[in-house]
Ligand binder design. Structure first.
Ligand code: HGY
Ligand code: MN
Ligand code: MN
Ligand code: MN
Length: 425
């Protein structure tokens, strides 16, 4: 089947979407910040709905703002084939993470429509809400709720960490954004989709290093998130003498290095790089140069292809921080944010992608995704796989994140062919 991807239009639309941002221009390139439910996010969503409406696709939004753009098939009651990703971007990020899957998915649907083909199954593009953990502290909020892996009440009570003064929660923020339904209504039944595919930049350097244009994701590593609150005893930076101190930031520093040490030890023991751990935020209270820190809040992101190994690293860290807390006379509280299982791609969907790549003369690389994606949760309710395209230097979550128009168009073409095969089943 002849399918033509309009690469120029897709590039223009990605550039247009990148302009919905509240990041300052940066020397490294087009910095994008588009936090969920901010003005920029809502304007970007409206713009995308406009593009979909131009094509006559059916559009609906659920109570958390997941947006469903459906090209109805010949047999509309059959489970549809789903594809999609996210458009929210962490602060000072790039313009391709997530957006390639949303705009690439839209272009794949438009290209199939232009080919004159009609399919048994509907094809549905999803814009999934809040894939990034920026605002509510947990990633994949929309796909967790869709797949029933996050309790709606717990979700609605999650604090808005971006506009902290407002003391708002997800419920307040989503209602203010116009999404007022009951979160429990978001959940989709298993097998709602016949198949699910997500096109995404690799966010690593393997494809580029091996000179391969397409990756087929066979599994997605298991992410977990923890919040640590270290409480000491503050005081005057001049008058409080060293022996009398219970410095929360010094204790937090030892905890951070313990986390790094145990992640490195796990990799040495397994002779892999499959364990990764990052303390990405560190809130210091009161945060004055001449005041001994009395409280510190850390957020830990730890991932592994093997959840049991991830847990054993956490056990080692717990032993360490119990010793640190005793020696430094501070309190260290651990709060679990999420601890998710890994996801496996469905063999049939992987075979479909293999067949498409063979048809197009592309040699794909089978690979693990170490970044998490909405597909990690869509895998709970549908057979999934992901298509990766190279990104320059493996850079992502930075303004200099880049994928070439050719790679994006090629990934979109593979997606379009795979959607066509699956929608004809
Ligand atoms: O962090 C992640 O893996 C995703 O890109 N939010
Ligand atoms: Mn991301
Ligand atoms: Mn992403
Ligand atoms: Mn992701």
């Amino acid at each position: 089947m002849k399918i033509d991807i309009d690469a120029a239009r897709l590039s223009e639309e990605l550039a247009e979407l990148a302009r919905f941002t509240h990041a300052e221009p940066s020397p490294e390139g087009t910095a994008v910040t588009r936090v969920v439910f901010t003005e920029d996010d809502l304007r970007a969503r409206a713009w995308l709905r406009g593009l979909a409406a131009e094509e006559g696709f059916a559009i609906r939004e659920d109570a958390v703002g997941n947006t469903f753009i459906r090209w109805v098939g010949i047999e509309p009651d059959l489970p549809a084939v789903g594809t999609g990703s996210h458009i929210d971007a962490i602060p000072h990020a790039g313009m391709y993470d997530g957006t390639v899957g949303v705009l690439g998915g839209l272009e794949a649907m438009r290209a199939l429509k232009r080919s004159g083909q009609r399919f048994r199954r509907s094809i549905e593009l999803l814009l999934l809400t809040s894939e990034e953990p920026t605002r509510f502290g947990i990633g994949c909020l929309g796909s967790r709720l869709l797949s029933g892996t996050l309790d709606p009440q717990r979700a609605d009570s999650m604090n808005d960490t971006v506009d902290a003064e407002s003391q708002g929660t997800l419920s307040d923020v989503r209602n203010a954004a116009g999404f007022t339904g009951d979160l429990a209504s978001v959940r989709l039944e298993p097998r709602f989709y016949h198949a699910w595919l997500e096109l995404h930049i690799e966010q690593g350097a393997l494809l580029e290093r091996e000179g391969l244009p397409i990756g087929i994701v066979t599994s997605i590593a298991a992410p977990a998130g923890y919040r640590f609150t270290i409480s000491g005893f503050g005081g005057h930076a001049g008058a409080l003498l060293m022996p009398d101190r219970r410095d929360a930031l010094c204790a937090a520093s030892e905890l951070i290095l313990s986390i790094e040490r145990h992640a490195l030890a796990a990799n040495a023991a397994s002779d892999t790089s499959d364990t990764v751990a990052t303390v990405g935020t560190c809130g210091v209270f009161p945060g004055a140069v001449n005041s001994v820190p009395s409280r510190v809040v850390l957020q830990l992101d730890i991932r592994d292809t093997d959840p049991a190994r991830r847990e054993s690293v956490m056990q080692s860290v717990r032993c360490d921080y119990t010793e640190i807390a005793g020696r430094r006379r501070v309190q260290i509280e651990e709060e679990l944010v999420n601890a998710d299982a890994p996801a496996q791609s469905a063999p049939h969907i992987v075979e479909t992608l293999d067949a498409v790549c063979a048809e197009l003369g592309i040699s794909p690389k089978k690979m693990v995704s170490r970044a998490y994606h909405d597909s990690l949760f869509m895998a709970r309710i549908a057979p999934i796989a992901m298509i990766f395209i190279p990104c320059r230097g493996g850079v992502s979550h930075r303004p200099d994140e880049h994928s070439s128009p050719e790679d994006i168009a090629r990934g979109t073409l593979v997606l379009a062919h795979a959607l066509a095969r699956l929608a004809a089943e």
